[in-house]
Design a protein around this ligand. Structure first.
Ligand code: HEM
Length: 537
């Protein structure tokens, strides 16, 4: 046999027949003591009770009993790989971020793709948003671009995130459905939150059932800021585009694949990388200034809106290649801790209220999930640049940083002195203007919930539109409460009547009057799906 392949050895139960030697190193306890026997616990006499003095047995069971950690509260099911990002050109004129310093500059990355709603053991081809989270190990600290494969989000304000997630997770009194949006609570919530309409259109489109992680776009969603060495800032949106192009399956295929191979996406990513067909994604940016932001029809701080590429073209700035599978799924994919607040100098935040909330949430959740403030020392999370600070101790501390003083100012010298802040060389927050009174009222510039939903609908080919209608009808058809379906149809009438009546027809419901939009819907072309729907009858 070759290394790594199983032998055709025949077992003989509890006998100590496999011994250390040859390819097999000596088995030890976690503290390094060689183990005598891994098949039989220590017992008193021939058939007597098990003895508590069997430390190997106790340690083995103790560790097993503690193997599980909480799954992620969202995006629990995911898969990931290592890669490298290469910049196409210098972006020094707009950002001082070192990963964009010069053409050809390479930065190591780790990516985790995920579904949002399902549990850790759910199936891959759920109709769901996909997470596309990238950690760039830059030489000025980690940059976590924690994005999705859909460029908009359900809600405008992070205070609604727990509500959104509670609505889409399994219902508390019955524990189902999991991994899908086909239920009363989800549609109840989104039908009462018209700002979610745009995102549900994307979610009901073929994009929510991707063929492969290799054929999926990614988006930073929010408007971020680039800041250059002179302190000048522009707004920026981030886009990942798969070099293989975008592909989806159709719903029938998704249902079959889930039954036949619930691991379809993770297997596909693993197999592709192992066979040398490395997935590649181009990073693109949309860059715009305050003048554009002020003149745009929508608020650039509103995560339920996109900036159309016809207005601000996407400029390719680099490429990421995923070239290495993980050695250990738990250590790397499960323990990777993404946090939107991880940005290097040159990248900064906008005042998007969803992003601001995320910047609070991720640090908090990682502590809960990984259990120690020192989770940043895990190899997958550890920066690959020098790290120096006065944080110390805590659960699972592995740093043996020498030196005497862990405070400053101090008057020690040499290794005892410790690091000092870098001033202008450090991460200088962009000095954005803030004015006005403290308030909870949402800006009127966030009020238009339907115009971009309509633009998305009209951008779809007739076949894609038919898929969207079928998806709404399938998902809403699972709702037991008629008033929820009705409310959703009333909202869809503000997007397009062909869409609303197509869904109503399939549900066998009369079309209700349109709901009252909070802002006038910008009129665009009538729907081209009309003829194909007529032919389908
Ligand atoms: C996890 C994306 C909004 C809280 C994730 C992950 C992604 C993601 C990709 C999975 C990371 C991984 O693979 O480990 C997004 C996007 C959002 C969004 C694109 C909106 C544009 C929010 C908001 C909150 C939030 C508003 C809370 C206020 C969380 C939490 C996790 C998570 C708690 C679990 C993190 C973990 O345990 O590792 N999100 N999210 N997200 N997100 Fe978000």
């Amino acid at each position: 046999t070759t290394a790594g392949e199983p032998t055709d050895e025949i077992g003989n139960g509890g006998e100590l027949h496999q011994r250390a030697g040859g390819d097999s190193p000596v088995m030890t306890t976690a503290h390094g003591a060689p183990v005598q026997d891994d098949n039989n616990s220590l017992r008193a006499g021939d058939r007597g009770p098990t003895l508590i003095s069997d430390h190997h047995f106790r340690e083995k069971i103790f560790h097993f009993d503690h193997e599980r950690i909480p799954e992620r509260v969202v995006h629990a099911r995911g898969y990931g790989a290592h890669g490298v990002f290469e910049a196409y050109e210098s972006l020094a004129d707009i950002t001082r971020a070192s990963i964009f310093a010069e053409a050809g500059k390479q930065t190591e990355t780790f990516v985790r793709f995920s579904t949002v709603a399902g549990n850790l053991g759910s199936f891959d081809l759920a109709r769901d948003v996909r997470g596309f989270a990238t950690k760039f190990y830059t030489d000025e600290g980690n940059w976590d671009l924690v994005g999705n494969n859909i460029p908009v989000f359900f809600i405008q304000d992070a205070v609604k995130f727990p509500d959104l997630v509670h609505s889409v997770k399994e219902e508390p009194d019955r524990g189902f459905p999991q991994a899908q949006s086909a239920h009363d609570t989800f549609w109840d919530f989104v039908s009462l939150m018209p700002e979610a309409t745009h995102m549900t259109l994307w979610q009901m489109s073929d994009r929510a059932i991707p063929r492969s992680f290799r054929m999926m776009q990614g988006f930073g969603v929010h408007t971020f800021r680039f800041v250059n060495a002179a302190g000048e800032s522009t707004f920026v949106k981030f886009h990942w585009t798969p070099v293989l192009g975008m592909q989806s399956v159709v719903w029938n295929e998704a249902v079959k694949i889930n039954g036949a191979d619930p691991d379809f996406h993770r297997r596909d990513l693993f197999d592709a990388i192992e066979s040398g067909a490395f997935p590649e994604y181009e990073l693109g940016i949309q860059v715009f200034d305050d003048a554009f932001a002020d003149s745009f029809d929508f608020d650039v701080l509103d995560a339920t809106k996109i900036i159309p590429e016809e207005l601000v073209p996407v400029r390719p700035v680099g490429k990421m290649t995923l070239n290495r599978v993980v050695d250990n799924v738990f250590a790397e994919i499960e323990q990777v801790a993404f946090m939107t607040q991880n940005v290097p100098p040159g990248i900064d935040f906008s005042n998007d209220p969803l992003l601001q909330g995320r910047n609070f949430s991720y640090l908090d959740t990682q502590l809960k999930r990984l259990g120690s403030t020192n989770f940043s020392q895990l190899p997958v999370n550890a920066p690959r640049c020098p790290v120096a600070h006065f944080q110390r101790d805590g659960h699972m501390q592995t740093s043996t940083q020498p030196g005497r003083a862990t405070y400053e100012p101090n008057s020690f010298t040499g290794a005892d002195r410790g690091p000092r802040a870098a001033g202008a060389e450090g991460h200088v927050p962009f000095p954005g203007e803030v004015s006005g009174q403290t308030r909870r009222i949402r800006s009127a510039s966030f009020a238009d919930h339907y115009s971009q939903a309509r633009q998305f609908w009209l951008s779809q080919t007739p076949v894609e539109q038919v898929h969207i209608i079928a998806a709404y009808a399938f998902e809403l058809g699972k709702c037991e409460i008629p008033a929820i379906r009705q409310r959703m149809l009333a909202n869809l009438r503000n997007v397009d009547d062909v869409l609303a009546s197509g869904v109503a027809d399939k549900l066998g419901m009369p079309l209700p009057p349109a709901s009252e939009p909070a802002a006038p819907v910008i009129e665009t072309e009538p729907s081209p799906a009309l003829s194909i729907l007529a032919n389908a009858k």
